[in-house]
Design a protein around this ligand. Structure first.
Ligand code: BGC
Length: 557
């Protein structure tokens, strides 16, 4: 194994860099394709890395590039210590890492610890016999006397969470696809093996891990069935997972010990961090606090829970309260869009239609301003800086197994995974070679929002995002300040952030009409970075960042 030597000082000096940091999430399959096979890859990311650096983010969260049969597009790992040939090689990975570091960008990679691919050698031996060396590295259970699965647990992606293995005459557990068997992390050798994987990448120089699906890391050792939850409206939901209270298959106290082991390993590599993914089951913010609330646990965590709700004033107020409470006990990270959900610009669009509707630029920018000013850290998903809406795909274009199962009730996650549009005038918007076909289509609405066009336009969403990120870097209050809710009349919504004696007031107009701001709020204040309230008003979906006049006088001309 090649161990690359790192300058320890690089990390130690910036020990808590992650508090308030913004990570740019790269979904490599759809970022940039260098070899014309229609699939994004690491050399493609390398070619485009200056786009990421120019944004002014602190680092990259790179989704899985491990060897994988790609049934779940990389979240089904078949070899944790090698790069899938469709993405490149370990040398390509090192080049990306070096290029990122040279630009001051940290690199977090996914550590998919809860399960592997069924093609993984660990599973291959485990499934062969109950006396193999990895026999207990997965979750095996005898059938019920009538041959049915050991309990009622359901898979997130549909059907029973158990599949039959004739060679062992036992069922194995899988919370997602049947080809993603669940690891038994309560088995010491299995957890050690996972930690060895983490060490392999830390030795290579990564700055930490996004930990996949941490609510699923352990389960009830007695394998008790979950209680039923009657559907709220009396109608059976398309996704049966919602018909159970997940008391026993997920969110178990034993996961804390797994997280502690991961943290202890990270602490051997100063400056490295963990970002946990928390499910949207009830109590998600309490779990973020619990998972990140002690120095021997995770650094930060995000949940998709707020994404499940609409975008209205009461929801935002609740979100802010949750954020503030979580910050007092742990450290949240915000993710409005990612590879698992419909893009926020469409999901929360004020005029959303069955087809998703057109993204409203004013609204899209309000979302960006909120994402980048909430207390905590944030993830910016590729294309979010361009204001991309969700891509609307046809049934035969869907590749996500989750969407294939549930179409058309749920169209899967491909609409947020379509290729990055780089060049407006190029075939496939410059994502891949002109003779190739991308693995997912590039929608016409995205072409018009391509990077090159937005680079040229000083009033573009890309330029706007860079300006916000620059402010966040410059203002400690915006980056890691405390937050307090402002009591404002509807349709306004706002909060204050404070750090190092500075205070920034943020106010958002959640309506499509211009609104006058309360004069008391404006007295003695000026707009920060040009984000003020002209004539004391906010336009439709407008927002302002206000600082005391004195503070602005200190700004360089
Ligand atoms: C990842 C998903 C993936 C699932 C199963 C998640 O949390 O973000 O993309 O399908 O884990 O690995």
């Amino acid at each position: 194994m090649v161990v690359r030597h790192l300058d320890a000082g690089y990390r130690v000096q910036q020990a808590e860099w992650w508090r308030g940091a913004v990570l740019y999430q790269v979904y490599p399959r759809s970022f940039a394709d260098s070899d014309g096979d229609g699939i994004g890859d690491l050399p493609g990311l390398l070619e485009r890395i200056d786009h990421v650096a120019a944004l002014g983010v602190d680092g990259i969260w790179l989704c899985p590039v491990y060897v994988s049969p790609q049934r779940d597009f990389g979240y089904d790992v078949a070899d944790h210590c090698a790069i899938d040939p469709s993405f490149g090689s370990l040398e390509d990975f090192d080049r990306v890492l070096d290029a990122a570091h040279a630009r001051g960008l940290k690199v977090l990679i996914d550590l998919v610890g809860g399960h592997t691919s069924d093609q993984h050698p660990w599973f291959d031996t485990s499934r062969r016999s109950a006396s193999s060396p990895t026999a207990d590295w997965y979750v095996w259970a005898d059938p019920a006397p009538d041959g049915t699965p050991p309990n009622n647990w359901l898979s997130v992606f549909g059907g029973s969470a158990w599949s039959w293995e004739p060679r062992r005459r036992q069922y194995f557990l899988h919370h997602f696809l049947p080809s993603q068997p669940t690891l038994n992390l309560q088995h010491p050798a299995c957890l050690d093996a996972l930690l060895d994987v983490a060490r392999f990448w830390l030795d290579r120089g990564v700055d930490g891990f996004r930990l996949d699906a941490i609510d699923f890391l352990t389960h009830d050792p007695r394998l008790r069935s979950n209680p039923a939850v009657p559907p709220a409206n009396g109608q059976v939901p398309a996704k049966l997972f919602a018909l159970q209270r997940h008391d026993h298959d997920m969110i178990q106290p034993a996961s804390m010990q797994v997280l502690r082991r991961i943290r202890a390993l990270l602490d051997e590599y100063p400056g490295t961090v963990s970002l946990g993914e928390v499910s949207s089951q009830d109590g998600a913010f309490d779990r973020i606090a619990a998972y990140t609330g002690a120095p021997d646990l995770l650094h930060m965590a995000y949940t998709l829970r707020p994404l499940r709700h609409g975008f209205d004033r009461p929801t935002l107020q609740a979100l802010l309260r949750d954020a503030i409470a979580t910050c007092s006990r742990g450290w949240p990270c915000w993710s409005f869009s990612n590879h698992d959900v419909e893009r926020a610009a469409t999901r929360w669009a004020p005029h959303r239609t069955e087809q998703g509707g057109q993204a409203d630029t004013r609204f899209t920018r309000l979302l960006l301003a909120l994402l980048l000013s909430l207390p905590g850290s944030a993830c910016l998903y590729q294309g979010e800086e361009l204001g991309l809406p969700e891509a609307q795909l046809q049934e035969d274009e869907i590749r996500d197994p989750f969407g294939i199962t549930y179409w058309p009730e749920f169209k899967g996650r491909d609409g947020s995974r379509t290729p990055m549009p780089w060049q407006e005038g190029a075939r496939f918007a410059g994502f891949t070679a002109p003779w190739a076909y991308p693995w997912l289509p590039v929608p016409a609405s995205h072409r018009a929002l391509s990077v090159d066009g937005q680079e040229r336009d000083p009033a573009s969403t890309l330029r706007f995002t860079r300006a916000l990120l620059a402010l966040r870097r410059a203002e400690p209050a915006l980056r890691h300040g405390t937050a307090s809710v402002l009591d404002l009349p509807a349709p306004l919504f706002g909060f204050e952030r404070r750090a190092e004696g500075q205070v920034v007031t943020l106010v958002f107009n959640l309506s499509e009409d211009a609104v006058a701001l309360p004069p008391a709020m404006l007295a003695g204040k000026a707009g920060l970075g040009g984000f003020g309230a002209a004539e004391g008003r906010l336009p439709a979906f407008g927002f302002a960042l206000l600082v005391p006049e004195m503070a602005r006088e200190r700004e360089p001309a």
